[in-house]
Design a protein around this ligand. Structure first.
Ligand SMILES: [Zn+2]
Length: 339
């Protein structure tokens, strides 16, 4: 990515092992993230550009001497940050704060939207998948890299359970994943706020019981009307705008929890005296996907959940610039890349 609206496909040198803890992965599937659209919309023009893509799964091609447990031919998924999975933060399930970890596409590390990736801290980062390279489950397995784990994180952080009512704000891929995650955790009432019918239709199939197209004060009034005036115990904010967080606080039931996973495009949250008097908790954050993959994997493998349905377009690497455009124009919900 060289700047806003400027994504280019280029040939770069093949990655090679640099550290004994590295592995090389040939990418089978990658995708474009809603969070990639923020720099796509606003990144200042740059001569050097930066690598992009932080969601991928693929086949191990080569393994460093200190990356045990992996071998050439393994099909693996990578979470959207790399981590050693052994430090104190990782042991607490916070691999996003790993003392020896980092992000894809920066500091000489490859991005996932390409043919191959050098994976640092491979033993801790990669999770083996018991499937073949041509498995029909690849799209759903790819969602464990980020989007489904992010929806799950929103729900878990909020404390979603069979006893809680849930509002999900946003009908993007993360919002729909949050609906599916809330349903999986036993929520019986899931109110989805979104305005794109094809997306909210998928939300209903994922478990949403009500769809609210209204926004702002009208949206808040509608949720309150549907919940006996109270709002819901939990609110999963999956957009990231100030407008969305304000709605989230407005539809939370007294004593409720707002969990935010949308990349915030604001610097202040209106947690005023009123929210104190209503005992509203604000939580959420970046999802430590690595902490959730083993737990969610069996449900994907046995077909109990099919989070890969958020992909509504598949493209080749050459078409990645158009994939960004399609997602930015809301023409595609989430774009799957098949190098
Ligand atoms: Zn760590």
């Amino acid at each position: 990515m060289y700047g806003a609206g400027d994504v280019r496909v280029e040939n770069v040198p093949d990655p090679a092992l640099q550290e004994p803890t590295d592995a090389l992965v040939r990418v089978l599937r990658s995708c474009i993230c809603g969070s990639d659209l923020w720099p796509y919309g606003s990144m200042p023009a740059s001569e050097k550009g930066r690598r992009v893509g932080h969601e991928f799964l693929g086949v191990v091609e080569d393994v460093g001497a200190d990356a045990s447990g992996l071998k050439a031919g393994d099909v693996v998924v990578a979470p959207f940050v790399w981590a050693d999975n052994t430090c104190d933060f990782c042991a607490e399930g916070l691999q996003t704060s790993c003392r020896h970890g980092g992000q894809w596409g920066v500091d000489g590390v490859d991005g996932g939207q390409g043919e191959a990736v050098r994976v640092p801290q491979a033993q801790g980062t990669l999770v083996k998948l018991p499937v073949a390279e041509d498995s029909a489950l690849l799209p759903s397995l790819l969602t464990l890299s980020d989007v489904f784990c992010t929806g799950h994180h929103a729900a878990v952080s909020a404390g979603v359970s069979p006893r809680t009512t849930v509002t999900v704000i946003g009908d993007g891929a993360v919002g729909l994943s949050a609906v599916l995650a809330a349903k999986r955790l036993g929520a019986e009432r899931i109110l989805l706020m979104g305005r794109h019918k094809d997306r909210t239709d998928l939300g209903r199939e994922f478990g949403a019981t009500d769809v609210i197209a209204e926004r702002g004060d009208e949206g808040i009034a509608r949720i309150r009307e549907l919940t006996g005036g109270d709002g819901t115990h939990t609110v999963l904010e999956c957009v990231g705008t100030r407008h969305a967080i304000e709605m989230a606080l407005g539809v939370a039931r007294d004593g409720g929890v707002v969990s935010r996973v949308g990349a915030p495009q604001y610097t202040e949250v209106p947690m005023d005296f009123g929210t104190l008097m209503r005992n509203i908790t604000l939580t959420g954050g970046v999802a430590p996907a690595r902490a959730y993959i083993e737990e969610l994997l069996p449900d994907v493998l046995d077909g109990r959940i099919d989070p890969g349905r958020v992909f509504d377009r598949t493209i080749s690497l050459e078409d990645v610039p158009d994939g960004y455009r399609a997602m930015a124009d809301r023409e595609a919900l989430k774009v799957l890349i098949r190098p």
